[in-house]
Design a protein around this ligand. Structure first.
Ligand code: URA
Length: 239
């Protein structure tokens, strides 16, 4: 990449400000001052400005174990959002959540700086599988499993057939897993609601080939491994 572009991206400053830094000899590449703003620089090179190293990372792909109670949104002056628990460099890299989890939903939320990847993961026609664990009020029965299998009719659309597995049940509550291939607004809550079961807790465990890391504490994030990123890209035809 051109040096002025790399500096401007890395520091989140304008291209002309970056050129100023390069021309005045403030920028070093792998320890050598470079004054040519059109110099081609490898993105893995070490860059420093006035002797201070700056990160040239241009891509970022994360998984967050989202806690309940936070909005999936940009910073908000009234409510806490996931951006309040993520590092500020996300904004510079335009690293955005892949879709939304409701305020009260927890678990796996992917974030990526790759707009095309996010777009494909969310495209209804790709039908990327998501897996949720739901604790719901009351006892679910085989009729509920069958209703999910047939496709639940909601007021504005009919959900695609999906798999409901009852993990444990008593008269007070049921623990169940849902595997579905779409992601409409509050869809899982609405599907259980239509069967007369309110959701007590909802957690996403899987998004396409990515499984929530069980060693990742609630509220923490980590970068996707190269293998996870490859699997994610392959899942949407970007292999
Ligand atoms: N379905 C829901 O109802 N809520 C979520 O957060 C995700 C899927």
């Amino acid at each position: 990449m051109r040096l002025d572009k790399l500096v401007s991206q890395a520091m989140d400053i304008s291209r002309s400000q970056a050129r100023g830094l390069v021309l005045t000899g403030c920028v070093a590449v792998d320890g050598q001052v470079v004054r040519a703003m059109d110099a081609q620089v490898d993105e893995s090179a070490s860059l420093s400005v006035d002797g201070k190293p700056i990160s040239t990372q241009t891509e970022l792909h994360l998984m967050l174990n989202k806690p309940a109670g936070l909005l999936t949104a940009a910073r908000d002056s009234r409510a806490q959002t996931i951006m309040d628990i993520l590092p500020p460099q996300l904004a510079r890299l335009k690293c955005m959540p892949v879709g939304r989890l409701d305020k009260d939903t927890e678990g796996l939320l992917l974030l990526t700086s790759d707009g095309e990847l996010a777009h494909r993961l969310l495209s209804p026609k790709r039908e990327v599988e998501k897996v949720y664990e739901a604790r719901v009020e009351g006892r679910l029965a085989q009729e509920d499993v069958q209703a999910f299998e047939h496709g639940i009719v909601l007021s504005d659309f009919t959900a695609l057939p999906c798999t409901l597995t009852i993990l444990s049940a008593n008269d007070e509550e049921t623990l169940a897993q849902v595997r579905l291939h779409e992601g409409k607004n509050r869809q899982v809550r609405r599907m259980f609601g239509s069967r007369g079961h309110e959701i007590l807790t909802l957690k996403r465990l899987q998004f396409g080939p990515i499984t929530l890391d069980e060693n990742l504490p609630v509220g923490e994030h980590r970068a996707l491994s190269a293998q996870e990123l490859r699997a994610l890209r392959e899942a949407v035809g970007l292999g």
